[in-house]
Design a protein. Sequence first.
Lengths: 149, 565, 343
Amino acid sequence: MSESDAPIRVVLAKLGLDGHDRGLKIVARILRDAGMEVIYLGLRQTTDSIVAAAEQEDADAVGLSMHNAGHMTLAPAMVGALRAAKLTCPVIVGGIVPDDDVEALLDAGVAAVLGPGASASEVAQVVRDAVAAAEASDDATVGGSKVET
Amino acid sequence: MPVLEDQATTTGDDMTQHHDEQARQAYRRAYQAAEKAGRLRDVPFETMSGVPVESVYGEPPYPGQYPYTRGVYPTMYRSRLWTMRMFAGFGTAEDTNTRFKEILRNGGTGLSTAFDMPTLMGRDSDSQWALGEVGRAGVAVDTLADMEDLFADIDLSGVSTSMTINGPAAIVLAMYIAVAEKGGVARADLAGTIQNDIFKEYQAQKEYIYPPRPSVRIVTDMIRYTSAEMPRWHPISISGYHIREAGSTAAQELAFTLANGFAYVEAAIAAGIDVDEFAGRLSFFFNSHSDFFEEIGKFRAARRIWARWMKERYGAADERSMLCRFHTQTAGVSLTAQQPENNIARVAIQALAGALGGTQSLHTDSYDEALALPTEKAARIALRTQQIVAHETGVANVADPLGGAPFVEWMTDEMERQAEAVFAHLDELGNGSILEGVYAGIENGYFVGEIADAAYRFEREVNEGRRMIVGVNAFTDGNEEGGADILRIGNEVEDLQRKRLAGVKHQRDSEVVARALAAVTEAASSSDTNLMPPILDAVKTYATLEEVVMAMEKVFGTYVEKAII
Amino acid sequence: MARVHKPVDEHYSEAAAGSRLALGRLLTLVERGGPEADQLSELAHQDTGRAHVVGITGAPGAGKSTLTGQLVHRYVDAGRRPAVLAVDPSSPLTGGAILGDRIRMYDVSEVETGQGAPAPDDMSADRRPFIRSMATRGHSGGLALAVPLAVRLFDAVGYDPVIIETVGVGQVEVDVVGAADTAVVVATPGMGDAVQANKAGLLEVADIFVVNKADRPGANDVRRDLELMLDLSHMTGLDTMERGDADYRPPIVMSSALDGTGAENVIAAIDDHLVYLGQSDRLRRRREHRVRTEVRARLKQALDRRVDDLLATDEGRAMVAKAEQADLSPTEVATALLDILFE
């Protein structure tokens, strides 16, 4: 089976106490309808629980939905926790993030930020692009000696 | 101004005409009594051009008459405008206290408290879970000390306090009582509302702690306690707002909210409390979204359904038990991040629907809420918006001004029909009990699934361009303009609050705290014991919110929801 | 997958030494099939046979995930190291899936703060459960290959028991659960489950029935229905012979997954069943059955591929065209192609 046949696997979660899961559920359906496999963790996850899931599920990406002001604390903590566990999968943040914070989040290692009002096709494309970029960067770190599967 | 005198008589047989005439006379008497008692506002009830208008038009039953479709009071806004209640609170308890005193100095009597996310979830500010969230979306309350600061130098016998909290509501109410009693105010003299609507947490807002059944036991304990000891306190505000925000349709919001209301009534009756002892102190909280007539139909249907069910199914005899009195907030979910100033227009239309729907109080959202917490300017514009509706448009002069319009009456009937279908489903699910039906619907994912389906349907319609949202998928010129100013709250509040909590923990007598907490656990494990007294004792020892939560969690366990997407 | 840079055997050694990261990646290869999965199959084969393989199935909403979660907790408390393979259907339209079972099974914080967490340098002391979600990914029979290999992999790197949880709907899923050492079928009141189980063929594979939500009205009716159907199926014998236990009658355990009552009884029943299998040579026969099932599935898939390949050749297309133009019947064409295939 070729590499492109396998569905992208995405862990979706809300980090912290915030209970607004409408957006996360809509994104779950959008990604499923785009042919991806969504490992849905839902509410009240910690960086530890998300790392554990990403590791066991061999996730290609982690999607976080944030509707509180905690994104500047929580999103970089998530990136840090994944990298500490040697997981290279990209972190994508969706929800209410002021424009001024987007740049700071990208600097902190977040792969992409999806604002409210992103269309279904944008959401799916951003995930695909982030996964592709992360894989390309993994390849670069081993000098392009990519294993063909 | 004469009322209902020169209107054409209705068609129909003699019997109907006789009844209608009786209703007219009853209405007239009620209105005139209010007038005589000086309960009407001192403003001219006429149009901008000076044309006098009557207090109501059209057919009976009139406002204040069963089933109250047209309004809960005969005079409606002629006596009193809706309460312009603006929900606020952030930072430390002291910051919010300053704001409260400002409101009181300006003649306000209602204090509305927003708590931060850790408090809403029953977590202390020093919990791992609280990281980055302390004091951000509301005030942080860890111990009685914070509550003392929050209400310092305020005479609690002279204000009405609304507290928006659910999972740990019993503990926060206990803290409020403790503060009052320390200040020499008896709990019987306290007036206010605590949201305490746990069903909608499992269905939509997701701020639950324990599984549904023990949570409802806490609610019924609170109903019993306030019924006996706090006659001016509203123990639940049954809230559809969050159900709608989670993506439900208008009819689902209506149906699920009222079903929750019926479920609480059944739970309280099952706990041996007489329906007329508590039903009059139940209140509701609805969303006002952008589809103008659908919203108005929803509000009207809510009053009619509640009155009928309370009278016919639950045997309420007191008229107050049949009144669906509600607070309204404009739809936060309708606000767009694109061209945020457009939200001012959305909020104005939604506020107007609330007024035409006969709301008792109204919160108007700030236009920048899709971006962050509201700035002071945005919050002021929001308040001004409803002041314009109240004082400039003339809608407050006539009760239920749209009543009798064929489309409005049809929409009201349609909302009722859809809601009744949901009640029938829940009744079946619960084998003749709405309470059991609601439990079953929570457990099998019915509510969550229905809401998620509706939310996804809407989202797809927007995505496919079949539903236009200005600035989002249509008329996007101007989206690139710089964003609005936004409010930011720093990490200082978090640090400060943690230090304060550490200080309180250091000073208290830990043995006394442990004993009080053990008493809470013991009460939790005995279903005959009311939880309020031991919780009150515990908060007085400066046990923290989370400690009391955990004392009950030992018995009640926690709730993890099924993934229903 | 680009990030799988290391050879399979290196990943395998790491996984065997306790790396959850490596195990996660190997499972991705298992799901994908192909030469790397074949290589892994050979590697893992030498180390298998230690784990008790438990299949759990039942209709959606029967409470399988919650029950599985309770079993996992108790196994961890008892000092064992369970793995779970949670299988859910992919969307037939888009191939995507939403896999949401793991959230009700185990909260990582429990073990991070508790005794299950390993010392950083001692991976063998790691008793955290490993939970992997797997989507069915269409009807190509991939599941029938991926599940047994994933189970052998878990077994080989030291997990025991290995629990397979599926919605018992498709034949492949029933086969997969039926190939476990112990197959548990979960039923619940008010869903006509006994009848459903019968239709889906679950009755034949069940070693244990669990009536979940036993606190609900109707639980005893479910029990009665199951007893009745067992009486009937017992008389007809069915295909239980092949799995080595024609005279076995599955126990029915009443359980309420919500508050944890009954989970102990389910575990006891699972343990009892293992003891039962251990008597005479039942376990050996059961595992031989599992191997036969897997061999058959692999053979079917290999044949499928060869059929697809043949149909894509000029010769194959030409033959099919004859049927399309009604020169020959489909049966004649298929027979002719079969001859070519086995030439």
